[in-house]
Design a protein around this ligand. Structure first.
Ligand code: NDP
Ligand code: 2IT
Length: 458
C-alpha cells in the first residue's frame, strides 16, 4: 500500500515541484504549450512521490523535463512558380529510456519549438502507457500544406527528409504522421529516406501504405482507439455508445475514424468541423461523404453541407461544443475546448469527454468537467491507439510480416482496454478513483522513471 503524504513530506514535495516548474519556465521562455503540458503532469505526481520519495533522487525530474536532443533545421524548397521558400524543421528527441524515440510529424503554420516540445513531452508518457517499447519524440515544420500542389508537398517532404534522415532510423527514432502529415506525406518522406540511404528500412517510419510495409488499422487506429477508450469509461458507469448523441470536432484522420467507430457502436454522431466552422447533421454524419471530401478532394467542411442537402447545415465560425451531446470527442488541435465550452457541454448533459487530439481541453475546461463528474479521458491515454498501432507496424516490419485487419484491431482493442484499466487502477490506488488524468500521468511517469533509474545517470 502506498504511504500517503505526511504534512512535512507533502510540503517538501510541493517545494521540489514548484522549484522545478520555475526552473523549466526560466530555461524555456515563450513556450506556453510546453509549460501547460508539463504542469498537467507535475500536478498529478505528488501522491506518487509521497509514496516513492526515491523518485526525487538522482535528478530524475530534472532529467525527464529536459529533451535528450533538440534538432532544428532549414528546409528550403521551390514552389510551383519557381520561388524559393524557406521553412523551419524540428525533431525533439525527448526520451529514449523505453525504446527508440517515437512520435509524429506535424506540418502546420503554428508549429514552433514549444509546440513540438509539448507534443514530445506528452508522447513520453503516452508511449509508456501503451506498455510497448517506444520512447517519446515529436517533430514537424511550420510549412502550411493548405493550398499547396502535390508536387510542392513532395518537394517540401524531400527537402525535409534530406536533413532529417541523419537523425532517424528503425533503432533510433521513428517518425509518423500528425496534423498535416498523412499517408501521402509519409510516402514522399519514405521515398527520400530510401533514396539517400540506399536502405529499404521499413521500420524507420510508420503510417506507410499497405502495399509497402504499412500496417492494417494504422489509419483508423487513433480514432478507433479513442472511441474504444471512451466505451471503457462509459462501461464503468454501466453505459455504452448505443443511442448516444456524440459531437466530434475536426475532420481529419482522428475525427473521421472516431466518427466511423462511434457509429459502428450505435452512436448518433452529429458534427464535424475544421478551422473555419462546423457542420451539424441531424441524420448523423455520412462518413463516406466526409472521407470523399476530406481524404480524396481535400476540400473544406462547408462542402459537406452543400453535398449532403437538407439534414446538414454549416455554421461558419463557432464550435461544435454548442451542440448538446452525451459524449464529446475533441479531435482537432490543442486548446480547442475552453472553460466556456466545457460549461456549455455540462449544461447540455455531457457524460464523457475523451481527447482524440493532444491537449484539446484547456486546464480550466478539465477542471469544470471534473467538478461536474464528467468522465474525462486525457489524450495521452485516450488517443494512444495511434502510436500503439505504429508500434505494431514496427513489430510487423521487424519480422517482415503482415497481420490482417481483424488481428491488428484485436490487438488494438486489448491495448486500449489495458491503458484504460491501468489508468483507472492507478487512480484508485492513489485515492482519486476515476481521475484518469492522475492515473495516466502517474502510471506513465512511473514506467519511464523506473527505466531511467535502472539505466543510470544518462
Ligand atoms: P489532420 O491534419 O488529419 O486533421 C486536423 C484537423 O484539425 C482538421 O480538421 C483541421 O482543420 C483541424 N485543425 C488543425 N489545426 C487547427 C486549428 N489551429 N484550429 C482549428 N482546427 C484545426 O490531423 P489528425 O487528425 O492526425 O490530428 C488531429 C489531432 O489528433 C492533433 O491534435 C494530433 O496531434 C492528434 N493525434 C493524432 C494522431 C494520429 O495518429 N494522426 C495520434 C494521436 C493524436 P483545418 O483543415 O481547417 O486546419
Ligand atoms: O500524437 C500521436 O500519438 C501521433 N501523432 C502518432 C505518433 C506515432 O508515432 O504513430
Amino acid at each position: 500500500m502506498p504511504k500517503y503524504p505526511t504534512e512535512a513530506s507533502s510540503a517538501a514535495i510541493s517545494t521540489a515541484l514548484d522549484s522545478l516548474r520555475a526552473e523549466v519556465l526560466r530555461r524555456n521562455p515563450g513556450e506556453p504549450e510546453f509549460h501547460q503540458a508539463l504542469n498537467e503532469v507535475l500536478d498529478s505526481l505528488a501522491p506518487l512521490l509521497a509514496a516513492r520519495p526515491e523518485l526525487l533522487d538522482a535528478g530524475l525530474l530534472e532529467r525527464i523535463v529536459e529533451p535528450e536532443r533538440q534538432i532544428m533545421f532549414r528546409v528550403p524548397w521551390q514552389d510551383d512558380a519557381g520561388v524559393t521558400r524557406v521553412n523551419r524543421g524540428f525533431r525533439v528527441e525527448f526520451n529514449s529510456a523505453l525504446g527508440p524515440y517515437k512520435g509524429g510529424l506535424r506540418f502546420h503554420p503554428s508549429v514552433n519549438l514549444g509546440v513540438v516540445k509539448f507534443l514530445g513531452f506528452e508522447q513520453i508518457f503516452k508511449n509508456a502507457l501503451t506498455g510497448l517499447s517506444i520512447g517519446g519524440g515529436k517533430g514537424g515544420s511550420d510549412f502550411d500544406p493548405r493550398g499547396r500542389s502535390d508536387a510542392e508537398v513532395m518537394r517540401f517532404c524531400q527537402s525535409f527528409m534530406t536533413e532529417l534522415y541523419r537523425h532517424i532510423g528503425e533503432h533510433t527514432d521513428v517518425p509518423a504522421g500528425d496534423i498535416g502529415v498523412g499517408g501521402r506525406e509519409i510516402g514522399y518522406l519514405f521515398g527520400q529516406y530510401r533514396r539517400i540511404t540506399n536502405r529499404w528500412e521499413a521500420g524507420v517510419l510508420t503510417g506507410k501504405g499497405l502495399g509497402w510495409g504499412g500496417s492494417n488499422v494504422r489509419a483508423e487506429a487513433t480514432g478507433y482507439g479513442n472511441v474504444l477508450f471512451a466505451a471503457e469509461m462509459l462501461a464503468k458507469r454501466g453505459e455504452d455508445f448505443e443511442g448516444q448523441q456524440v459531437v466530434v470536432s475536426g475532420s481529419g484522420n482522428v475525427a473521421i475514424y472516431s466518427i466511423e467507430k462511434a457509429q459502428a457502436l450505435g452512436a448518433h454522431v452529429l458534427t464535424a468541423s475544421d478551422s473555419a466552422g462546423y457542420v451539424v447533421d441531424e441524420k448523423g454524419i455520412d462518413v463516406e461523404l466526409l472521407k470523399e471530401i476530406k481524404e480524396v478532394e481535400r476540400a473544406r467542411i462547408s462542402e459537406y453541407a452543400v453535398r449532403r442537402g437538407g439534414s446538414a447545415r454549416y455554421v461558419s465560425g463557432g464550435q461544435v461544443w454548442d451542440v448538446p451531446a452525451d459524449v464529446a470527442l475533441p479531435s482537432a488541435t490543442q486548446n480547442e475546448l475552453g472553460a466556456d465550452s466545457a460549461a456549455t457541454l455540462v449544461r447540455g448533459g455531457v457524460k464523457a469527454v475523451s481527447e482524440g487530439a493532444n491537449m484539446p481541453c484547456t486546464p480550466q475546461a478539465v477542471e469544470i468537467l471534473r467538478e461536474n463528474g464528467v468522465a474525462f479521458g486525457p489524450g495521452k491515454a485516450a488517443n494512444a491507439g495511434g502510436v500503439a498501432t505504429s508500434a505494431l507496424e514496427m513489430r510487423q516490419n521487424a519480422a517482415r510480416d503482415s497481420w490482417d485487419f481483424a488481428e491488428v484491431e484485436d490487438r488494438l482493442r486489448t491495448i486500449m482496454r489495458g491503458i484504460h484499466d491501468t489508468a483507472y487502477e492507478t487512480s484508485e490506488k492513489y485515492g482519486a478513483p476515476g481521475d484518469y488524468v492522475l492515473g495516466a500521468n502517474i502510471a506513465g511517469f512511473e514506467r519511464v522513471a523506473e527505466a531511467m533509474t535502472a539505466q543510470g545517470l544518462i
